[in-house]
Design a protein around this ligand. Structure first.
Ligand code: ZN
Length: 968
């Protein structure tokens, strides 16, 4: 259990996470290693460096991108993309935080895991980081010709332009920077596009030398891989370094004696109807938590104040009528001195004083009256359930351990403390009823003068003004250049492009370690499913080890609803859980859910059925509980399904406003999803419904609904009742339960009672025919970036592709589209998606400075697919696709996925057939996809979400290309 190069500092069992935790120090360099040994086959490795930036040039962020672009042992253009393409990773990424940069990987396959670890270690410690890479990933000047205007290009430069187009991000940066003006948290670690061009290559190189050193590293391993091997791998790298004194400490922000104010603007239009485009928040800097008790207390206090719709401070803010939705919402613990924040978006900036008072008076009032026993019980049960369940969803558990440990470890604290919770939980249970949280509200907020009230306002001129300032600055730079200088820029531009288009040498590419096809499982993974009728309802049961928890999904077939009812569903679903019931108001209901269950949620699922017979469209209510509470949970299900207060106009109005604000906030960060949804709306029925419930049509629906709640509430309420009366009946229902076998007999009896209490009506399918025709559209948003899409239905165009097309698609995404749209085009991302069942195909770009150029790249994709494919590329792409298929699921997700496959007609036989097709991919499959994509180029339709100037410019160059309208 040891290695001579490492000193064992701690060796402890941590029962809470079922792990043996060993903390080591590398004798030569001082590198610290946390080795967590447990039985999780989803193995995690991560190396993290403290990287506090001194300015807003985005230096840490650009470096994060750049080290993954070639290293000493792996001298290819993009080892990261090779891994993305051809490994079985369950996680593979890198992230820049305000004070650290983390490089985590995860895999269930041991050989694959070691490959990932080696490529990552070599990348961070021995990157090539050439000047070309710096220019490509960071920023550089570009000239298309000697007479052309000078422009900025760079992946991070564009990425951050996108970030700065999102009002929520602007608000977050504004508040954080103002709260910590004297330390690193006062800078933008991602990079401010106005400041990024100040960064030089020399500074960039020096930043790497300073911080990317074992002496400044914190390494985590977690999972079932051999612990000694971990140390051996690390010493292989670390022993090549000498100890280095790295000063990377995150200084403490000195405290203030009096609160401050800060205001800012973002590029956005002002709604003429009402000035509701601002945001206001009250923010505090807190002291670093002293121990685990205090960390848990911070989390629970956030939950008590604002963590659920019934929480008193959230309720006060949303019911005030001063804004459309809450922002902040508690204590963010990832900073050394944590930040507490509460506020409203969709607010009038002139109300800043009122909102500030609302927060302060609200906190004072809560501290005075105190939390009720029910509120505290609900908070404790919710936290206890989550801590014991450790359901990290699709995210590897080991990574959540890693980030928890880093919270203290990075600043010289005990990395093991955040992994334990029993003692802290017990202590908090004792203190909670004795005024602990009320005292904390005073200490952390009311008596804490280190506070900033931040106000953000829309400025309709800002976009044009900033674009002009950038153009002027570039014109100024250009005017200073001699012809020889310009020629040099032009040559560099061309050289960079040529470099980007060049291909890696096969012998270099072969250095990236990879699995072979023989390492892959031939067979699909199946989930045990027992089908029966319980209380007259179709019931699926999955016997899986759930550690004593019952996971329940109850589904209702949406086909009974008329098509004009569909857009109401997202809000209808929320109304069930958030309006109260006939016997209790929504505060009491929310507390009952918190006290008795591990959570209840609702969602909708849509897919084209595999056999082409239409759409699987369902509404689900899902919940989890321990056996003794399962009956109580079913009682709650029954109450909300049959007796929710759909007449609660005030709650419904607040939810509609929140939903509308949420939709608008999603437009920029998730523009590619909006475009994808819009394209598919014209292709299939499932696509059309999805757009009605989440796309641009839904945004317009919400805008109208908010008005109708005031002008025609009776009509709205009657509609909600109609949905309930038709939807909730036994005839078109499914029950899905995932739990340990021993829990099934009793649960079955309880479920029969529940199902028997629901109405039984035989409604026929409604007519969902609609007249939404696909067209070429330009949807305008106030942003400096575009989301460019083009798509078609390949089945409708006459193509019948095999599952192997996914392999060709993967290669297209990781080579041609990556190069053309991201590397050369400067977009943050560009890819294509294809759904075998529906036949829907779409190209999509993300935070894209271009429009027509991107469309041209899409139209050239077929040609790229026809090019010669190397054997390595083919095999890697197969491995990548199989890796996606075998992605680990938490036990509740396994049960849910098995049910969803049954509902949409995906049999295990079909899954096996598809897996076989993927494993047997050949060049013919690439050619088949090429042919289909050629048809997309010719017949597909274009949807662009983007800036007005870019949209108009595209229409000027290609008259009539896009029908332009406002997205909101
Ligand atoms: Zn980035």
């Amino acid at each position: 259990m040891s290695h001579p190069a490492f000193e064992l500092v701690r060796d402890e069992t941590i029962a809470e996470i079922n792990s043996q935790a060993r903390l080591y120090r590398h004798r030569k360099t001082g590198a610290e290693v946390l080795s967590l040994v447990n039985d999780d086959e989803n193995k995690v490795f991560g190396i993290t460096f403290k990287t506090p930036p001194e300015d807003s040039t985005g230096i840490a962020h650009i470096l994060e991108h750049s080290v993954l672009c070639g290293s000493r042992k792996y001298p290819v253009k993009k080892p990261f993309v090779e891994l993305l393409k051809g490994s079985m990773h369950t996680f593979l990424n890198a992230m820049t935080f305000p004070d650290k940069t983390a490089y985590p990987v995860a895999s269930q396959n041991l050989k694959d895991f070691y490959n990932l670890v080696d490529v990552y270690l070599d990348a961070v410690l021995f990157p090539l980081i050439s000047e070309d890479t710096f220019e490509q990933e960071g920023w550089h000047y570009e000239l298309e010709s000697l007479d052309a205007p000078l422009v900025y290009k760079g992946v991070v430069f564009n990425e951050m332009k996108g970030v700065y187009s999102s009002p929520d991000s602007v608000m977050h940066t504004l508040s954080q920077n103002a709260l910590y003006p004297d330390i690193t948290y006062g800078k933008s670690s991602g990079g401010d596009p106005k400041v990024i061009p100040e960064l030089t290559y020399e500074q960039f190189k020096r930043f790497h030398q300073t911080y990317y050193h074992p002496s400044n590293a914190r390494v985590v391993f977690a999972g079932d891989d051999a612990p000694d091997k971990r140390l051996e791998i690390l010493d292989g790298y670390f022993s090549q370094f000498e100890r280095n004194a790295v000063d990377a400490e995150v200084k403490l922000q000195p405290r203030w004696n009096a609160p401050r104010q800060v205001s800012g603007t973002y590029a956005g239009t002002i709604d003429d109807e009402k000035r509701r485009d601002g945001m206001v928040s009250v923010n505090w800097m807190l002291d670093p938590p002293e121990n685990r008790d205090e960390m848990l207390s911070h989390g629970m206090l956030s939950y008590l104040l604002a963590g659920n719709p019934a929480a008193p401070l959230r309720k006060k803010l949303t019911e005030s009528g001063l804004g459309e939705g809450m922002i902040g919402g508690g204590i963010a613990s990832h900073l050394r001195q944590p930040m507490g924040s509460f506020g409203l978006k969709g607010a009038d900036p002139a109300d800043a004083g009122k909102i500030e008072n609302l927060v302060l008076d609200g906190l004072a009032e809560i501290a005075e009256t105190g939390f009720s026993a029910e509120q505290i019980e609900a908070a404790i049960n919710t936290f206890e359930f989550n801590l014991r369940e450790q359901n990290t969803g699709a995210y590897p558990r080991g990574m959540s351990y890693m980030f928890n440990a880093l919270g203290t470890w990075l600043h010289g604290g005990d990395p093991l403390a955040p992994l334990r919770f029993e003692t802290a939980l017990a202590a908090l249970k004792d203190k909670a009823g004795q005024g602990h949280f009320e005292k904390e509200i005073r200490r952390l907020f009311l008596d804490n003068p280190h506070r900033v009230t931040a106000t953000l306002e829309a400025d309709p001129e800002q976009g044009a003004r900033e674009a002009k300032a950038e153009a002027d600055k570039l014109a100024h730079v250009r005017a200073e250049l001699s012809e020889a200088d310009r020629r040099a820029v032009l040559e560099r531009t061309e050289r960079l492009k040529a470099l980007q288009e060049s291909v890696d040498k096969p012998e270099d590419l072969a250095k990236i370690p990879t699995l072979t096809l023989a390492d892959l499982d031939r067979d699909i993974r199946t989930v045990p499913t027992e089908e029966s009728r319980v209380g007259g309802v179709r019931t699926l049961y999955h016997d899986l080890p759930t550690l004593g928890i019952l996971y329940l999904d109850v589904g209702f077939d949406l086909h009974v609803l008329d098509k004009d009812l569909l857009p109401y569903l997202p809000l209808f679903g929320r109304a069930l859980l958030q309006t109260g019931t006939g016997k209790e108001d929504f505060v009491s209901l929310t507390q009952r859910i918190g006290r008795t269950t591990g959570g209840i949620a609702q969602h909708r699922a849509l897919a084209t059925r595999q056999d082409g017979t239409g759409t699987a469209a369902w509404f689900f209510l899902s919940g989890k509980a321990v056996p003794d509470r399962f009956g109580d949970m079913l009682g709650i299900f029954n109450d909300v399904l049959l007796d929710a207060r759909l007449d609660n106009r005030e709650r419904f109005r607040q939810m509609a406003l929140e939903e509308k604000a949420g939709f608008e906030a999603r437009l920029v960060p998730s523009g590619n999803a909006i475009v994808d949804t819009r394209i598919k709306a014209g292709l299939t029925e499932a696509g059309w419904i999805a757009e009605q419930m989440s796309g641009v049509s839904y945004g317009l629906f919400l805008k109208d609904l908010v008005k109708r709640i005031d002008s025609d509430w009776e009509g709205v309420e009657a509609t909600l009742r109609r949905i309930r009366d038709r939807l909730f009946n036994r005839g078109r229902m499914v029950i899905n339960l995932t739990a340990d076998g021993a829990l099934w007999p009793r649960a079955r009896g309880e479920l029969a009672g529940f199902a028997g209490g629901l109405p039984d009506a035989a409604h026929a399918d409604a007519d969902w025919r609609h007249d939404f025709a696909p067209k070429n559209e330009g949807l305008v948003i106030p942003a400096q970036v575009n989301y460019v899409g083009k798509g078609a239905n390949l089945k409708a165009l006459g193509f019948a592709l095999s599952a192997a097309s996914a392999v060709a698609l993967r290669l297209l995404n990781t080579t041609y589209l990556w190069d053309k749209v991201r590397v050369q085009g400067g977009a943050y991302g560009g890819s294509s998606r294809f759904d075998l069942s529906s036949g829907n195909f779409a190209f999509l770009s993300y935070r894209d400075p271009n429009l027509l150029k991107t469309l041209d790249a899409y139209d050239g994709a077929a040609k790229a697919l026809r090019a010669e494919i190397g054997e390595t590329d083919l095999v890697r792409s197969v491995i990548g696709v199989v890796g996606d298929l075998d992605r680990p699921e938490f036990v509740d997700a396994k049960g849910y996925s098995a049910m969803w496959r049954i509902l949409n007609g995906t049999t295990d036989k079909l899954r096996q057939q598809r897996r076989d097709e993927i494993l047997g991919t050949s060049r013919a499959d690439f050619l088949a996809l090429a042919e289909a994509i050629e048809a997309v180029a010719a017949e597909g339709h274009v949807v662009v979400l983007g800036g007005e100037a870019a949209t108009n410019a595209a229409n000027e160059q290609r008259p009539g290309l896009l029908a332009v309208s406002k997205a909101v």
